[in-house]
Design a protein around this ligand. Structure first.
Ligand code: UDX
Length: 460
């Protein structure tokens, strides 16, 4: 099909995988593009649109919907789980995304480029169908992407065993427990292993490979990966208001699938002294066992620090029965919070986190040391880096049943809040925060990469 004539401003259609941890970074990248003169339209599924538009979305970025085939219920409506959901999303999503491209062409505002989540490689097929630029966007760390790539190319043979010598270019020596869960336990959820490995099926054909990291954070890795793909680091995708402060309109930092209880927790934090509060959150997806919740609850209580704990509404029944009554003086449990405002608050002393990539980048950018308690997916590898590569925190150890006991929670919190190691973690966290600002600030490595991307779009 002939490429339509484009409007003055280049126009990017940005396609995230429809979960909070992928929408947030792609929305923030969109804001950076808009700031540099690109028109951006975020294409989200109808299901996510229904959930968020009734909620808290407010941003300069326009939004349009596509369909994943499950407009009413989203992935959970697929009776066959992700095995059923992903092919249907590919089929219906490709058609509805193509429909959007046509619609914009007819409106005189043609699309020039599709920036698609690496989890949705069919975005490139749609781009090619219309002769558009195709840019794949990796939301997770380069370390994790590189591991998945080495599974894809057969260098890492699964299942890994105790005898496997895990060597991946650019990565430190890794134990099985440091590997992403889809790789360390490949039998646990085959459709998701397939999803992360398939990211690389057509990556070599993409015009751009964009990664949510920055040069100094994963130097050796990005240099290695840049030898095989047109890789550009554009992160960290933290709202400008928390980093370089160059974007004016950045009041709202993301789509919240959950509703934040802003006032309650910020007022509560205002009453605490500097560095006195432990912030605890396991992100938007992790589901902890009842026993694990209990261990965390009593570990926090026993540490004697103030804590602010995000427990999503669906997880709250797992809290110990008398917990809130007992902790009312030193703890606050909320179902969701404005995490960046919380991490930026002077009262926060450390972050007990599942080590999702966004949470990791956010803590790192805001100089908050961490207690890593990875649950699944990429979080284990992120936790390894937090502790052993970036020196920004400790990783809580599991017992033989895979549980982090209350003594371990308490001990790790104390170590980061008051120990010598905690002081070093905080110093390192501050250093990484400064390097993150340097990367996105004017003329920084990520900023220049975005400039280059935009300049090529303008010329194309
Ligand atoms: C998922 C995966 O679990 C994660 O490992 C992967 O790297 C990205 O996709 P999620 O589990 O939600 O993401 O974790 P994370 O990546 O940390 O993203 C959570 C986002 O929600 C963060 O941007 C965080 O700021 C935000 N959040 C979380 C809030 O705004 N409020 C909260 O109360 C909790």
């Amino acid at each position: 099909m002939e490429k339509p004539k484009r409007a003055q401003r280049p126009h990017c259609l940005v396609l995230p995988h429809p979960i909070q941890g992928h929408i947030n970074p792609m929305l923030q990248f969109s804001k950076r593009l808009e700031h540099k003169g690109v028109k951006v339209t975020l294409a989200i599924t109808q299901f996510i649109f229904n959930k968020t538009m009734n909620g808290t979305y407010s941003s300069s970025i326009s939004v349009e919907t596509i369909s994943d085939g499950y407009d009413q219920g989203g992935p959970e409506a697929a009776s066959g789980g992700y095995e059923e959901y992903l092919p249907r999303f590919r089929e219906v999503g490709s058609k509805t995304l193509a429909g959007l491209v046509v619609k914009f062409g007819n409106m005189g505002c043609p699309v020039d480029c599709i920036v698609y989540d690496a989890f949705l490689p069919w975005g490139l097929d749609v781009a090619r169908e219309f002769g558009l630029v195709g840019a794949v966007f990796f939301t997770q760390s380069c370390a994790v992407d590189n591991i998945y790539y080495h599974v894809y190319n057969g260098h890492l043979k699964l299942p890994l065993t105790e005898r496997t010598n895990i060597t991946v270019p650019g990565l430190p020596p890794l134990e099985i427990s440091d590997m992403p869960s889809f790789v360390s336990v490949p039998q646990a959820y085959p459709p998701l292993l397939k999803l992360v490995v398939n990211q690389f099926a057509n990556v070599g054909e993409a015009d751009w490979v964009l990664c949510n990291t920055f040069q100094k954070l994963e130097e050796e890795l990005v240099d290695w990966m840049a030898k095989i793909w047109p890789l550009r680091k554009i992160g960290p995708t933290i709202p400008s208001m928390y980093l370089d402060k160059r974007l004016q309109d950045d009041k709202e930092y993301g789509f919240s699938i959950f509703k934040p209880k802003t006032d309650a927790c910020m007022k509560w934090l205002d009453q605490r002294s500097n560095g006195s509060v432990v912030y605890v959150s396991f992100g938007s997806l992790a589901q902890l066992g009842v026993d694990q919740m209990e261990e965390i609850a009593w570990g926090l209580k026993n540490s004697n620090y103030y804590f602010l704990w995000v427990v999503r509404a669906t997880e709250q029944p797992k809290l110990p029965k008398n917990f809130m009554a007992e902790t009312v003086l030193n703890g606050l449990v909320v179902s969701w919070c404005p995490q960046l405002d919380v991490l930026a608050h002077r009262a926060i002393g450390c972050f007990v986190t599942h080590s999702g990539w966004n949470s990791t980048l956010e803590a790192l950018s805001l100089g908050v040391p961490m207690v890593a308690m990875p649950q699944s997916t990429d979080q284990t590898t992120n936790a390894k880096y937090v502790m052993d590569v970036w020196g920004m925190g400790v990783r809580a150890q599991c017992d033989e049943r895979g549980m982090v006991r209350r003594e371990e929670v308490e001990g790790c919190v104390r170590e980061v809040m008051e120990g010598e190691r905690g002081k070093e973690n905080r110093r390192n966290a501050m250093k990484w925060g400064e390097l993150a600002i340097e990367a996105v600030d004017e003329g920084g490595s990520s900023d220049k990469n975005i400039d280059e991307f935009v300049a090529k779009l303008v010329k194309s």
